[in-house]
Design a protein around this ligand. Structure first.
Ligand code: NAD
Ligand code: UDP
Ligand code: UDP
Length: 335
């Protein structure tokens, strides 16, 4: 008896869309917080091949460790401000630092990432005929004068402030998306993401939920930035990923708000973290940073109507899931 034949080697035409049955998906910024959860979800589908391009500025290989070496997964060290020549069917374009301390660290780089990075992703989408989704932000509404914020609101944004590299950068990214759509017929999707939280957030990321949980676990006072009455609406990461995938698969270009409409003041958030995680902790008021929006809450009517999507995880359910992940990473076991 002869031994079984080895499987045929992959055809050199494998890169040709014509011979391709799998969906090849690029996630720029896929080593980051939201991106790595999106990778997990997309990898569940055996028809998907996932390519991550990331420069590891705020993301890490650690977030993707369970996929490294998997035959349907590829990780490329790549900065999106440089051209990228690959063949893909869909692009989730997330690459951009999201936390104020990181995007303000090198503001010129942040704006290059938003403008040149998005231009390159659009050039790639145009060359290969891929559909592209941009993760824009609720920051495009600036310090909003309308509450809650519907997609039709044009925003109240300072063009020369310390946050402008991020919020004006994302506004230009949205403009580029629509110009490539109108001028070159590219299939686009734009999500306006509101504050998102969950496992794998950078522990020293500077954002409010990660700060409070890390402080509560380290036994430090929770730092509420003044006045403490400013509000945010927090979406758990699994809800976010579900919303992004529905948007990609649907027929609506957007922009569409994706976020949780539950609205909390920063004092309320601090009190909730204190009650759930460490009741003996103190809360202290500290100075705020410039241009901090006073209120933010998504109007998600459109997401409900066109995507059939709304968030499922309440803040009080999501915080303990994040606490568990932070305990492991900080080495603080539950008593
Ligand atoms: P994150 O910082 O964890 O992830 C961003 C990823 O992009 C990181 O892995 C980082 O290394 C990578 N990156 C940054 N600059 C790059 C460059 N020039 N080239 C290649 N890779 C680069 O942030 P996140 O919270 O996962 O945010 C993901 C996306 O969602 C961002 O576009 C962000 O603007 C958007 N967003 C997030 C939130 C939120 O609350 N987390 C809110 C609104 C919008
Ligand atoms: N680009 C890329 N990958 C591609 C195709 C284009 O990174 O597969 C980049 C390209 O380098 C350019 C940008 O995308 O800087 C915009 O490309 P487009 O073809 O729209 O414009 P042009 O090259 O004509 O300026
Ligand atoms: N904030 C706070 N304490 C912190 C960090 C942030 O009170 O330790 C406040 C901050 O002033 C802002 C809100 O929390 O009003 C959300 O800030 P974050 O940086 O998380 O996100 P963004 O400003 O981008 O919404």
């Amino acid at each position: 008896q002869s031994s079984p034949k080895p499987p045929p080697s992959p055809s050199p035409l494998r890169n040709s869309k014509f011979f391709q049955s799998n969906m090849r998906i690029l996630i720029s910024g896929g080593a980051g917080f939201i991106g790595s959860h999106l990778v997990d979800k997309l990898m569940e589908n055996e028809k998907n091949e996932v390519i991550v391009a990331d420069n590891y500025f705020t993301g890490s290989k650690d977030n993707l460790k369970k996929w490294i070496g998997h035959p349907r997964f590829e990780l490329i060290r790549h900065d999106v401000t440089e051209p990228l020549l690959i063949e893909v069917d869909q692009i989730y374009h997330l690459a951009c630092p999201a936390s104020p301390i990181f995007y303000k660290y090198n503001p010129v780089k942040t704006i290059k990432t938003n403008v040149i990075g998005t231009l390159n992703m659009l050039g790639l989408a145009k060359r290969v005929g891929a559909r592209i989704l941009l993760t824009s932000t609720s920051e495009v509404y600036g310090d909003p004068l309308i509450h809650p914020q519907p997609e039709s609101y044009w925003g109240n944004v300072n063009p020369i402030g310390v946050r402008s590299c991020y919020d004006e950068g994302k506004r230009v990214a949205e403009t580029l998306m629509f110009d490539y759509h109108r001028q070159h017929g590219i299939e686009i999707r734009i999500a306006r993401i509101f504050n998102t939280y969950g496992p794998r957030m950078n522990i020293d990321d500077g954002r409010v939920v990660s700060n409070f949980i890390a402080q509560a676990l380290r036994g430090e006072a929770l730092t509420v930035q003044k006045p403490g009455t400013q509000t945010r609406s927090f979406c758990y990461v699994s809800d976010m990923v579900e919303g992004l995938m529905r948007l990609m698969e649907g027929d609506e270009t957007g922009p569409i708000n994706i976020g949780n409409p539950g609205e909390f003041t920063m004092v309320e958030l601090a009190e909730t973290v204190k009650e759930l995680i460490n009741p003996s902790i103190k809360i202290k008021m500290v100075e705020n940073t410039p241009d901090d929006p006073r209120q933010r809450k998504p109007d998600i009517t459109k997401a409900k109507e066109v995507l059939g999507w709304e968030p499922k995880v309440k803040l009080r359910e999501g915080l303990p899931l994040m606490e568990e992940d932070f305990r492991q990473r900080l080495g603080v076991p539950k008593k």
